[in-house]
Design a protein around this ligand. Structure first.
Ligand code: NAP
Length: 290
Protein backbone atom coordinates (compact mmCIF):
# COMPACT_ATOMS: atom_id res chain seq x y z
CA UNK A 1 0.00 0.00 0.00
CA UNK A 2 1.16 3.52 -0.78
CA UNK A 3 2.48 5.46 2.21
CA UNK A 4 0.08 8.14 3.45
CA UNK A 5 2.01 11.01 4.99
CA UNK A 6 1.70 14.79 5.01
CA UNK A 7 5.52 14.81 4.77
CA UNK A 8 5.24 13.91 1.10
CA UNK A 9 3.84 17.37 0.39
CA UNK A 10 7.19 18.89 1.39
CA UNK A 11 7.95 21.57 3.96
CA UNK A 12 6.97 25.18 4.29
CA UNK A 13 8.55 27.80 6.50
CA UNK A 14 6.43 30.12 8.62
CA UNK A 15 8.31 33.37 9.07
CA UNK A 16 11.62 31.47 8.90
CA UNK A 17 10.93 30.42 12.51
CA UNK A 18 8.79 27.32 12.18
CA UNK A 19 8.63 24.64 9.54
CA UNK A 20 5.60 22.44 8.84
CA UNK A 21 4.53 19.86 6.28
CA UNK A 22 2.71 21.50 3.43
CA UNK A 23 -0.59 19.69 4.00
CA UNK A 24 -2.35 20.64 7.19
CA UNK A 25 -5.73 20.02 8.78
CA UNK A 26 -8.65 22.43 9.21
CA UNK A 27 -10.49 21.77 12.47
CA UNK A 28 -13.66 23.78 11.76
CA UNK A 29 -15.76 20.81 10.65
CA UNK A 30 -15.26 18.95 13.93
CA UNK A 31 -17.99 20.98 15.66
CA UNK A 32 -21.77 20.58 15.47
CA UNK A 33 -23.94 21.70 12.53
CA UNK A 34 -23.63 25.36 11.61
CA UNK A 35 -20.13 25.30 13.19
CA UNK A 36 -22.05 25.41 16.47
CA UNK A 37 -21.85 23.34 19.61
CA UNK A 38 -20.24 19.96 20.19
CA UNK A 39 -19.83 17.31 17.51
CA UNK A 40 -22.51 14.63 17.21
CA UNK A 41 -19.81 12.03 17.84
CA UNK A 42 -17.10 13.35 20.18
CA UNK A 43 -15.05 10.14 20.07
CA UNK A 44 -14.95 10.27 16.28
CA UNK A 45 -13.84 13.93 16.30
CA UNK A 46 -10.99 13.13 18.72
CA UNK A 47 -10.01 10.16 16.55
CA UNK A 48 -9.75 12.39 13.46
CA UNK A 49 -7.33 14.74 15.24
CA UNK A 50 -5.18 11.88 16.55
CA UNK A 51 -5.10 10.20 13.15
CA UNK A 52 -4.05 13.50 11.51
CA UNK A 53 -0.96 13.63 13.73
CA UNK A 54 -0.22 9.94 13.04
CA UNK A 55 -0.25 10.84 9.33
CA UNK A 56 2.44 13.48 10.00
CA UNK A 57 0.10 16.45 9.83
CA UNK A 58 1.86 19.05 11.98
CA UNK A 59 -0.17 22.17 11.13
CA UNK A 60 -3.69 22.42 12.54
CA UNK A 61 -5.91 25.41 11.78
CA UNK A 62 -8.66 26.41 14.20
CA UNK A 63 -10.39 29.50 15.65
CA UNK A 64 -12.05 30.50 18.90
CA UNK A 65 -15.27 31.01 16.91
CA UNK A 66 -15.53 27.37 15.76
CA UNK A 67 -18.16 26.03 18.11
CA UNK A 68 -17.45 28.63 19.58
CA UNK A 69 -14.52 27.23 21.59
CA UNK A 70 -15.38 23.60 20.78
CA UNK A 71 -12.74 23.12 18.08
CA UNK A 72 -9.93 24.42 20.32
CA UNK A 73 -11.15 22.32 23.25
CA UNK A 74 -11.21 19.18 21.11
CA UNK A 75 -7.66 19.82 19.89
CA UNK A 76 -6.39 20.08 23.47
CA UNK A 77 -8.38 17.03 24.58
CA UNK A 78 -7.11 14.90 21.70
CA UNK A 79 -3.52 16.01 21.51
CA UNK A 80 -2.26 17.66 24.72
CA UNK A 81 0.57 17.28 25.68
CA UNK A 82 1.32 18.19 22.09
CA UNK A 83 3.84 16.24 20.03
CA UNK A 84 7.05 18.09 19.22
CA UNK A 85 6.77 20.21 16.10
CA UNK A 86 2.97 20.49 16.08
CA UNK A 87 1.92 24.01 15.14
CA UNK A 88 -1.57 25.15 16.08
CA UNK A 89 -2.79 28.23 14.25
CA UNK A 90 -5.85 29.80 15.79
CA UNK A 91 -7.78 33.00 15.05
CA UNK A 92 -9.88 35.72 16.62
CA UNK A 93 -12.10 38.54 15.41
CA UNK A 94 -15.58 37.03 15.23
CA UNK A 95 -18.38 36.66 17.77
CA UNK A 96 -20.90 33.82 17.48
CA UNK A 97 -24.44 34.67 18.52
CA UNK A 98 -25.86 31.40 17.12
CA UNK A 99 -25.51 28.60 14.53
CA UNK A 100 -24.26 29.91 11.17
CA UNK A 101 -24.11 33.45 12.61
CA UNK A 102 -20.88 35.41 12.66
CA UNK A 103 -20.58 39.01 13.87
CA UNK A 104 -17.42 41.08 13.68
CA UNK A 105 -15.38 42.07 16.70
CA UNK A 106 -11.74 42.86 16.12
CA UNK A 107 -11.55 45.62 18.71
CA UNK A 108 -8.34 45.66 20.75
CA UNK A 109 -10.31 44.71 23.87
CA UNK A 110 -11.97 41.71 22.22
CA UNK A 111 -8.74 40.46 20.61
CA UNK A 112 -6.93 40.60 23.96
CA UNK A 113 -9.69 38.56 25.62
CA UNK A 114 -9.79 36.18 22.64
CA UNK A 115 -6.06 35.46 22.87
CA UNK A 116 -6.32 34.83 26.63
CA UNK A 117 -9.23 32.44 26.02
CA UNK A 118 -7.40 30.53 23.28
CA UNK A 119 -4.27 30.21 25.43
CA UNK A 120 -6.38 28.66 28.21
CA UNK A 121 -8.39 26.30 26.02
CA UNK A 122 -5.36 25.16 24.03
CA UNK A 123 -3.31 24.85 27.28
CA UNK A 124 -0.48 26.88 25.78
CA UNK A 125 1.82 29.60 27.17
CA UNK A 126 2.22 31.04 23.70
CA UNK A 127 0.23 30.58 20.47
CA UNK A 128 2.54 29.71 17.55
CA UNK A 129 0.44 31.36 14.84
CA UNK A 130 -2.39 33.81 15.60
CA UNK A 131 -4.53 34.98 12.70
CA UNK A 132 -6.78 38.02 12.57
CA UNK A 133 -9.86 36.14 11.35
CA UNK A 134 -11.22 39.02 9.30
CA UNK A 135 -10.80 42.80 9.31
CA UNK A 136 -13.62 44.46 11.25
CA UNK A 137 -15.35 47.13 9.14
CA UNK A 138 -15.91 49.41 12.14
CA UNK A 139 -12.46 49.05 13.73
CA UNK A 140 -9.39 50.66 12.15
CA UNK A 141 -7.41 47.76 10.67
CA UNK A 142 -4.18 49.15 12.14
CA UNK A 143 -5.70 49.05 15.65
CA UNK A 144 -6.40 45.30 15.33
CA UNK A 145 -2.92 44.56 13.97
CA UNK A 146 -1.28 46.77 16.59
CA UNK A 147 -3.01 44.75 19.33
CA UNK A 148 -1.65 41.51 17.90
CA UNK A 149 1.82 43.10 17.71
CA UNK A 150 1.55 44.05 21.40
CA UNK A 151 0.45 40.52 22.32
CA UNK A 152 3.45 39.20 20.40
CA UNK A 153 5.75 41.56 22.32
CA UNK A 154 4.16 40.30 25.55
CA UNK A 155 5.07 36.73 24.53
CA UNK A 156 1.49 35.48 24.10
CA UNK A 157 1.74 35.06 20.32
CA UNK A 158 4.77 33.88 18.41
CA UNK A 159 3.84 34.71 14.81
CA UNK A 160 1.09 36.94 13.38
CA UNK A 161 -1.08 36.10 10.38
CA UNK A 162 -4.12 37.42 8.51
CA UNK A 163 -7.28 35.95 7.02
CA UNK A 164 -9.86 37.21 4.53
CA UNK A 165 -7.75 40.13 3.40
CA UNK A 166 -6.77 42.03 0.28
CA UNK A 167 -3.23 42.78 -0.81
CA UNK A 168 -3.64 46.29 0.58
CA UNK A 169 -4.39 44.89 4.04
CA UNK A 170 -1.30 42.69 3.91
CA UNK A 171 0.89 45.64 2.87
CA UNK A 172 -0.55 47.84 5.64
CA UNK A 173 0.00 45.11 8.25
CA UNK A 174 3.53 44.37 7.05
CA UNK A 175 4.48 48.00 7.67
CA UNK A 176 3.78 47.27 11.35
CA UNK A 177 4.76 43.65 11.93
CA UNK A 178 5.93 40.58 9.95
CA UNK A 179 3.00 38.57 8.55
CA UNK A 180 3.72 34.85 8.17
CA UNK A 181 0.57 33.60 6.47
CA UNK A 182 -2.61 34.69 4.74
CA UNK A 183 -5.77 32.57 4.73
CA UNK A 184 -8.36 33.32 2.03
CA UNK A 185 -10.98 31.25 0.17
CA UNK A 186 -9.25 29.62 -2.79
CA UNK A 187 -9.28 26.55 -5.01
CA UNK A 188 -8.55 25.78 -8.68
CA UNK A 189 -12.16 26.69 -9.44
CA UNK A 190 -12.30 29.75 -7.21
CA UNK A 191 -9.53 32.16 -8.07
CA UNK A 192 -10.64 35.56 -6.85
CA UNK A 193 -7.50 35.74 -4.74
CA UNK A 194 -4.95 34.71 -7.39
CA UNK A 195 -3.26 38.10 -7.07
CA UNK A 196 -2.91 37.63 -3.31
CA UNK A 197 -1.34 34.19 -3.88
CA UNK A 198 1.14 35.83 -6.28
CA UNK A 199 1.92 38.53 -3.73
CA UNK A 200 2.48 35.93 -1.00
CA UNK A 201 4.71 33.97 -3.37
CA UNK A 202 6.86 37.05 -3.93
CA UNK A 203 7.37 37.68 -0.22
CA UNK A 204 7.48 34.03 0.96
CA UNK A 205 4.31 34.36 3.00
CA UNK A 206 2.40 31.07 3.37
CA UNK A 207 -1.01 31.08 1.66
CA UNK A 208 -3.63 28.93 3.37
CA UNK A 209 -6.60 28.27 1.06
CA UNK A 210 -9.90 27.76 2.85
CA UNK A 211 -12.68 25.80 1.21
CA UNK A 212 -9.95 24.05 -0.82
CA UNK A 213 -12.26 21.29 -1.99
CA UNK A 214 -14.86 23.54 -3.60
CA UNK A 215 -15.97 22.58 -7.10
CA UNK A 216 -19.06 23.34 -9.15
CA UNK A 217 -20.56 21.17 -11.90
CA UNK A 218 -18.15 22.04 -14.73
CA UNK A 219 -15.16 21.81 -12.40
CA UNK A 220 -16.48 18.44 -11.27
CA UNK A 221 -16.50 17.06 -14.81
CA UNK A 222 -12.83 18.00 -15.40
CA UNK A 223 -11.85 16.74 -11.97
CA UNK A 224 -13.54 13.38 -12.50
CA UNK A 225 -11.73 12.80 -15.75
CA UNK A 226 -8.30 13.59 -14.31
CA UNK A 227 -9.05 11.61 -11.16
CA UNK A 228 -9.87 8.51 -13.21
CA UNK A 229 -6.52 8.76 -15.02
CA UNK A 230 -4.70 8.67 -11.66
CA UNK A 231 -7.00 6.22 -9.89
CA UNK A 232 -7.48 9.03 -7.44
CA UNK A 233 -10.54 10.85 -6.15
CA UNK A 234 -11.68 14.30 -7.37
CA UNK A 235 -10.92 15.78 -3.92
CA UNK A 236 -7.35 14.50 -4.14
CA UNK A 237 -6.92 16.07 -7.56
CA UNK A 238 -8.20 19.42 -6.23
CA UNK A 239 -5.60 19.26 -3.43
CA UNK A 240 -2.81 18.20 -5.81
CA UNK A 241 -3.59 21.25 -7.97
CA UNK A 242 -3.22 23.55 -4.96
CA UNK A 243 0.06 21.96 -3.89
CA UNK A 244 1.40 22.52 -7.36
CA UNK A 245 0.08 26.09 -7.69
CA UNK A 246 2.90 27.48 -5.54
CA UNK A 247 5.44 26.33 -2.96
CA UNK A 248 3.89 28.81 -0.50
CA UNK A 249 0.50 27.02 -0.65
CA UNK A 250 -0.49 25.25 2.58
CA UNK A 251 -3.88 23.53 2.14
CA UNK A 252 -5.91 22.65 5.26
CA UNK A 253 -8.72 20.38 4.08
CA UNK A 254 -11.29 19.91 6.82
CA UNK A 255 -13.27 16.81 7.63
CA UNK A 256 -15.00 15.03 10.47
CA UNK A 257 -14.18 11.59 9.08
CA UNK A 258 -11.01 9.51 9.41
CA UNK A 259 -11.66 8.00 5.99
CA UNK A 260 -11.83 11.43 4.31
CA UNK A 261 -8.78 12.57 6.28
CA UNK A 262 -6.72 9.64 4.98
CA UNK A 263 -7.93 10.32 1.45
CA UNK A 264 -6.98 13.99 1.73
CA UNK A 265 -3.52 13.38 3.18
CA UNK A 266 -2.83 10.78 0.48
CA UNK A 267 -3.08 13.66 -2.03
CA UNK A 268 0.38 14.75 -0.84
CA UNK A 269 1.90 12.17 -3.18
CA UNK A 270 -0.31 12.86 -6.20
CA UNK A 271 1.48 14.69 -9.02
CA UNK A 272 -0.42 16.20 -11.94
CA UNK A 273 1.03 16.51 -15.43
CA UNK A 274 1.52 20.02 -16.86
CA UNK A 275 -1.49 19.47 -19.11
CA UNK A 276 -3.72 18.39 -16.22
CA UNK A 277 -2.61 21.35 -14.14
CA UNK A 278 -3.38 23.78 -16.98
CA UNK A 279 -6.77 22.19 -17.73
CA UNK A 280 -7.82 22.68 -14.13
CA UNK A 281 -6.38 26.20 -14.06
CA UNK A 282 -8.56 27.07 -17.05
CA UNK A 283 -11.81 25.94 -15.38
CA UNK A 284 -12.93 29.43 -14.26
CA UNK A 285 -12.66 30.67 -17.88
CA UNK A 286 -14.52 27.60 -19.11
CA UNK A 287 -17.32 28.24 -16.62
CA UNK A 288 -17.51 31.91 -17.66
CA UNK A 289 -17.74 31.00 -21.35
CA UNK A 290 -20.70 28.58 -20.96
N1 NAP B 1 -10.52 31.86 7.47
C1 NAP B 1 -11.78 31.62 7.24
O1 NAP B 1 -12.62 32.53 7.19
C2 NAP B 1 -12.22 30.21 7.06
C3 NAP B 1 -13.49 29.92 6.55
C4 NAP B 1 -13.85 28.58 6.38
C5 NAP B 1 -12.94 27.59 6.70
N2 NAP B 1 -11.71 27.90 7.21
C6 NAP B 1 -10.71 26.86 7.55
O2 NAP B 1 -10.47 26.09 6.39
C7 NAP B 1 -10.68 24.71 6.65
C8 NAP B 1 -11.17 24.04 5.38
O3 NAP B 1 -12.30 24.72 4.87
P1 NAP B 1 -13.74 24.07 4.71
O4 NAP B 1 -13.95 23.07 5.79
O5 NAP B 1 -14.69 25.17 4.54
O6 NAP B 1 -13.64 23.40 3.31
P2 NAP B 1 -13.11 22.02 2.72
O7 NAP B 1 -11.99 21.51 3.53
O8 NAP B 1 -12.89 22.33 1.28
O9 NAP B 1 -14.39 21.11 2.77
C9 NAP B 1 -14.88 20.51 3.86
C10 NAP B 1 -16.13 19.72 3.45
O10 NAP B 1 -15.78 18.71 2.53
C11 NAP B 1 -16.06 17.43 3.08
N3 NAP B 1 -14.88 16.58 2.79
C12 NAP B 1 -13.62 16.72 3.26
N4 NAP B 1 -12.81 15.77 2.75
C13 NAP B 1 -13.59 15.02 1.94
C14 NAP B 1 -13.35 13.89 1.13
N5 NAP B 1 -12.13 13.36 1.03
N6 NAP B 1 -14.40 13.36 0.43
C15 NAP B 1 -15.63 13.90 0.49
N7 NAP B 1 -15.92 14.97 1.24
C16 NAP B 1 -14.91 15.53 1.96
C17 NAP B 1 -16.28 17.62 4.55
O11 NAP B 1 -17.30 16.77 5.05
P3 NAP B 1 -16.97 15.49 5.97
O12 NAP B 1 -16.83 15.99 7.36
O13 NAP B 1 -18.16 14.62 5.76
O14 NAP B 1 -15.72 14.87 5.44
C18 NAP B 1 -16.74 19.06 4.63
O15 NAP B 1 -18.12 19.16 4.51
C19 NAP B 1 -11.67 24.71 7.82
O16 NAP B 1 -11.62 23.52 8.56
C20 NAP B 1 -11.19 25.89 8.63
O17 NAP B 1 -10.09 25.49 9.45
C21 NAP B 1 -11.35 29.19 7.38
Amino acid sequence: MKQISAKLAGEISLGKELSVHRLGFGAMRLTGDGIWGPPKDRKAALAVLRRAVELDVNFIDTADSYGPYVSEELIAEALFPYPKGLVIATKGGWNRPGPNQWTHDATPDHLRKAVEGSLKRLKLDRIDVYQLHIPDPVVPFEASVETLAELRDEGKIRLIALSNVTREHIERARRMVPIVSVQNRYSFADREWDYVVDYCDLYEIAFIPWFPLAAGKVAGEVLNEIARAHQATPKQVALAWLLRRSPIMLPIPGTSSVEHLEENVAAASLHLTDEEYERLAAVPELVASR
